[in-house]
Design a protein around this ligand. Structure first.
Ligand code: SF4
Ligand code: SF4
Length: 112
């Protein structure tokens, strides 16, 4: 399991673009969405999320098939790793993952 990274959490907490005004939203009202064409499986999201929403694992075949040619190539270069959100129901919309992701692959969306 990937450990939390205190330095990255601190940097994300202080990031001027963090959508922190939604901090402590009720669980399930906001969810992170991962743009798989941008995600490079770098795990910053895993390292900063206080509610263990993310895992980084091998991209599923259907998700890989849905990528465009350049994104497929990029995925192969990065070992076919990508972020999934098995614990999305626990998201409290703190915004840390949004600003921690170096690829700007995460957005928060209301509801499912
Ligand atoms: S969503 Fe961003 S931070 Fe998370 S694994 Fe993908 S590239 Fe890394
Ligand atoms: S917004 Fe906060 S609680 Fe929700 S997935 Fe991102 S880091 Fe985790």
């Amino acid at each position: 399991m990937t450990a939390k990274n205190p330095q990255k959490i601190k940097a994300a907490s202080n990031h001027p673009d963090r959508p922190g005004e939604r901090c402590q939203a009720d669980p399930g009202t906001w969810r992170p969405r991962v743009d798989r064409s941008k995600c490079e499986g770098k795990k910053d999201c895993v390292e900063v999320c206080p509610h263990d929403v993310f895992t980084v694992e091998r991209i599923r075949d259907a998700d890989f098939a849905a990528l465009g040619p350049l994104s497929k190539l990029k995925s192969l270069v990065h070992g076919r790793l990508t972020a999934y959100t098995p614990n999305a129901d626990a998201c409290r919309a703190c915004g840390l993952c949004v600003v921690a992701c170096p690829e700007h692959a995460i957005t928060l969306a209301r509801g499912a």
